[in-house]
Design a protein around this ligand. Structure first.
Ligand code: GLY
Length: 356
C-alpha cells in the first residue's frame, strides 16, 4: 500500500491513508503480531461504532486483543485517568511487549500515546484517528500528554507511534459541522506549505459533497510528515504548524469550552494572522484575498463581539510565547510560513476586527 512516511531514522513510521482501511487492520498489522497482548484504548461510543468489530476481527485473526475506555471529553486528559488506564493495563496482563491501538480523536490519541510512552518505560502504539483533526494533525508527530490544573499539556512526551492508520470512511459517522470545522486545519497546510494545494482546497470547497477527503488528508499528512521529519522537537520549523493557533487558542479559552470548535477557531485565527502578514507587507492584498476566500467557504460561527482587551491576556499566555516574547506565525507569501517575534500588540488588536 502506498503510504506517507515520517522519516525519523530508527523511529520512522508509515501513515496509511485509504478508504475502508479499518477493516484491513488485521492484515496490515499481522507482521507486528508476535503473540503479545494488544489493547485498544478508546471511548465507549467509538467501541460501539468501530472498536468491537475491530477487536473481533483482530482476535479472529490470531491477535490477543482487549480494550480499555476513557470517558468522553477533554476532562479525561488528566492524571487520574492516566493512572486508571495504567492500573487497568496491569490488571488485564499487559507487559513490555504489549501494543496499544489508540482509536479516537485528539484526547484518546494524546492520553494513549502518553500511556505508551511511560508504561514499563515505553511500549509500541499505533494511532487510528477518528476525527478529521486527529487524522491530519494530532495523530501524527508524536506529541502526547495530559492536562494538569496549572495548564494544558503540561505533562507529556514526544513519543512517536509505530504507524498511523487513517480510514476516511470513518468521517461519515461524524456530523457535517464537525468535519467542516476540521477542514480549517487542512486549509492551514495549504497556507503554510503549498499554494497549489490551497487553491485546490478552495476549488474543492465549491462543492463540499464531492470534496476528495482521501486526497486532502493524504496531502495534509504528507506536509505534516515533512515538517516533523525536519524538526521533531519544535526547535523552529515545527512552529509553523501553529499558524492561526495563537489567536485560535485564545478564542477557545476566552469563549469557553464547547462554544467554538478547534478547527473553526484556527480558521478565524488564520484570518487574523493573514491580516497581520499583509499589514507587514509579507502577503499581497491579492494573496490575502485568496486565503480569506478559501476560509470563508467554511461555515464559520458568528461570534459575539470580541473585546480585544479581554482576548489579549489569552494571546499573551499562549504556549508559543517564550521568555515573554510571542512567536507569531505569519505568511511570507502563500505557501510559505515564518515565525516572527515582531508582531506588536497594537497590530494584533487591529487584526481582531476581522472576527466581527
Ligand atoms: N499540532 C502541532 C504539532 O503537532 O506540532
Amino acid at each position: 500500500m502506498k503510504s506517507v512516511q515520517v522519516n525519523l531514522g530508527s523511529r520512522s513510521y508509515p501513515i496509511h491513508v485509504k478508504s475502508g482501511l479499518l477493516k484491513q487492520t488485521a492484515s496490515i498489522l499481522s507482521d507486528q503480531n508476535h503473540g503479545q497482548k494488544w489493547v485498544i484504548i478508546s471511548q465507549y461510543n467509538l467501541m460501539e461504532l468501530f472498536g468491537f468489530d475491530l477487536m473481533t476481527e483482530l482476535n479472529e485473526s490470531g491477535f490477543n486483543c482487549d480494550y480499555i475506555t476513557l470517558p468522553l471529553g477533554e476532562a479525561s486528559k488528566c492524571l487520574n485517568e492516566f493512572g486508571r488506564v495504567i492500573s487497568q493495563m496491569v490488571e488485564i496482563g499487559c507487559d513490555r511487549k504489549t501494543t496499544i491501538l489508540a482509536l479516537g480523536g485528539g484526547v484518546v490519541g494524546d492520553v494513549s500515546g502518553f500511556v505508551a510512552s511511560s508504561f514499563m518505560r515505553g511500549i509500541d502504539y499505533y494511532q487510528i484517528p477518528t476525527t478529521l483533526l486527529a487524522m491530519v494533525d494530532s495523530a501524527i508527530g508524536g506529541k502526547t500528554g495530559i492536562n494538569i490544573a496549572e495548564g494544558k499539556n503540561l505533562v507529556g512526551a514526544i513519543y512517536q507511534p509505530k504507524g498511523v492508520l487513517i480510514d476516511p470512511v470513518i468521517l461519515e459517522s461524524l456530523s457535517k459541522e464537525e468535519v467542516m470545522a476540521g477542514l480549517g486545519e487542512v486549509i492551514k497546510y495549504g497556507a503554510i506549505w503549498d499554494k497549489a494545494f490551497l487553491i485546490d482546497i478552495s476549488t474543492w470547497l465549491e462543492d463540499i459533497d464531492s470534496f476528495p477527503f482521501e486526497d486532502a488528508i493524504r496531502k495534509s499528512c504528507k506536509i505534516k510528515a515533512e515538517v516533523v521529519s525536519k524538526d521533531e522537537r519544535e526547535g523552529d520549523l515545527r512552529r509553523i504548524l501553529n499558524f492561526g493557533h495563537t489567536i485560535g487558542h485564545a478564542l477557545e479559552s476566552h469563549l469557553g469550552y464547547g462554544k467554538i470548535r478547534h478547527g473553526e477557531a484556527v480558521a478565524l485565527g488564520m484570518k487574523c494572522a493573514g491580516f497581520i502578514s499583509q499589514k507587514l507587507n509579507l502577503l499581497s492584498k491579492e494573496e490575502l484575498s485568496t486565503l480569506n476566500q478559501t476560509i470563508n467557504r467554511l461555515p464559520l460561527p458568528q461570534l459575539p463581539h470580541i473585546n480585544g482587551n479581554h482576548l489579549m491576556p489569552f494571546i499573551k499566555t499562549d504556549k508559543k510565547s517564550e521568555k515573554g516574547v510571542l512567536n507569531f506565525v505569519l505568511l511570507d507569501g502563500l505557501g510559505n510560513a515564518i515565525s516572527s517575534t515582531d508582531v506588536t500588540e497594537e497590530l494584533i488588536q487591529e487584526s481582531l476586527k476581522v472576527l466581527n
